[in-house]
Design a protein around this ligand. Structure first.
Ligand SMILES: NC(=O)c1ccc[n+]([C@@H]2O[C@H](COP(=O)([O-])OP(=O)(O)OC[C@H]3O[C@@H](n4cnc5c(N)ncnc54)[C@H](OP(=O)(O)O)[C@@H]3O)[C@@H](O)[C@H]2O)c1
Length: 357
């Protein structure tokens, strides 16, 4: 392992102390060809060794070498020598900081919302629209570096099954989604315990709008110059925060534009047969099966199913006829793995394969 890591790409992780940052460090600590080289957070954390700056919240132990790294302020000059910058920055500061890294020539893989809908920046869920990464050539020409964003965590759990349905049955006319989202999705310290224990909060600021707009861009196309929204794809979203640690569950109903409606068996087969580009490219973090269809009548469940394929797959269950739409089902995504840090890492693996790093 140490020999492989000798030639590894050197990674900087911005927002290293947060929920997404902690997941980055865990996933990167066991990555064969990416190595954590520099870490950054706010001035509150800068100058301290990571183990002192961070309140570690994951059940997996922090890598001993990473725990000794000293946290820097998020300035490009502190990250010289990095081949890749991963960002788990709070959106209040991500806009300015990520753009300064792009202007300094870095390849930035971001989880923040700031550039997701920017017409020059790809919004990439790697198991859905990996081809949009090709657009970074335009940013490189303009800025020297580039930003690749990944989606809002609940959007990721929605677009993966939708893409499998689109590929198999054409335009999706209408989509209804009701989410039940874990508290780690709100970062740390996040939702106060008095608000969430023994409770459900039927509001997550800005989340419904993000799902409705991001879905169209992700399922759309890149024509070499611009991103074109997917036709149809009218999404209605209700978002709820529930007392679960990790894993966003979504109850999804879909109508197809086609008059010849697929059967439930055909729909389940379309989920199972779906093979995205990173799997074909044999990227290190790509799951062997990107959508797992579960048979149990009461699955997926966050506690039981969020680590399917090490957290890199979406699990789907309860695929059945809908009385108003054509089909309904339940989908689950691990919000800080495939829904955040894991997707950024997969995006970087794709960029590396495409010679863009
Ligand atoms: N949690 C999820 O499931 C999830 C999923 C998808 C996307 N996202 C997005 O990913 C980003 C991170 O989310 P999170 O849940 O990890 O949030 P978080 O736990 O609140 O972490 C925020 C990080 O940003 C850093 N930060 C705050 N102010 C800063 C400043 N002025 N300069 C530099 N760094 C600063 C914090 O460092 P200090 O510790 O030093 O304050 C911390 O490392 C957000 O944009 C979020 O919307 C989150």
């Amino acid at each position: 392992m140490s020999e492989i890591k000798e030639q590894a790409k050197k990674c900087g992780v911005l927002g290293c102390t947060g929920m997404v940052g902690q997941r980055f460090l865990t996933l990167l600590s066991r990555h064969p060809s990416f190595k954590v080289f520099k870490i950054g957070a706010s001035s509150r954390s800068a100058g301290k060794p990571y183990e002192k700056a961070c309140k570690w919240k994951l059940s997996e132990a922090l890598d001993a070498n990473i725990s000794k790294l000293v946290v820097s302020e998020c300035k490009p000059e502190n990250f010289q020598g990095c081949d890749i910058i991963f960002s788990g920055l709070d959106s209040d500061v991500a806009g300015e900081i990520e753009s300064s890294f792009r202007s300094a020539g870095f390849a930035v893989f971001s989880n923040a919302k700031n550039y997701r809908m920017d017409p020059s920046v790809p919004l990439v869920v790697p198991l859905v629209n990996a081809d949009h990464i090709d657009s970074v050539a335009n940013q490189k020409a303009r800025y020297g570096g580039y930003i690749v964003t990944n989606a809002n965590c609940s959007t990721t759990g929605l677009v993966l099954p939708l893409k499998a349905l689109m590929d198999a049955f054409g335009v999706l006319k209408s989509i209804s989604v009701v989410t039940l989202q874990a508290i780690s999705g709100a970062g740390y310290p996040g939702v106060p315990s008095l608000d969430i224990i023994d409770n459900v909060v039927p509001f997550i600021d800005g989340e419904e709008e993000k799902i409705e707009t991001e879905t169209r861009k992700i399922l759309g196309t890149f024509d070499g110059v611009q991103f074109l929204d997917a036709p149809g794809t009218n999404v209605s979203a209700h978002c709820n925060r529930v007392p679960v640690l990790d894993g966003h569950l979504s109850c999804i109903s879909v109508s197809f534009e086609t008059k010849s409606k697929p059967s439930i068996a055909e729909i389940s087969r379309a989920f199972e047969k779906y093979v995205p580009l990173p799997c074909e490219m044999e990227c290190y973090s790509a799951p062997s099966s990107s959508i797992r269809v579960l048979e149990g009548v009461d699955r997926p469940q966050p506690r039981l199913d969020r680590y399917a394929e090490n957290g890199f797959a979406v699990t789907v269950g309860r695929v059945r006829k809908d009385t108003v739409f054509d089909v309904r089902f339940v989908a689950l995504v691990h919000n800080t793995i495939l829904g955040a840090a894991g997707s950024s890492i997969l995006n970087a693996e794709i960029a590396e394969r495409k010679g863009l790093l």
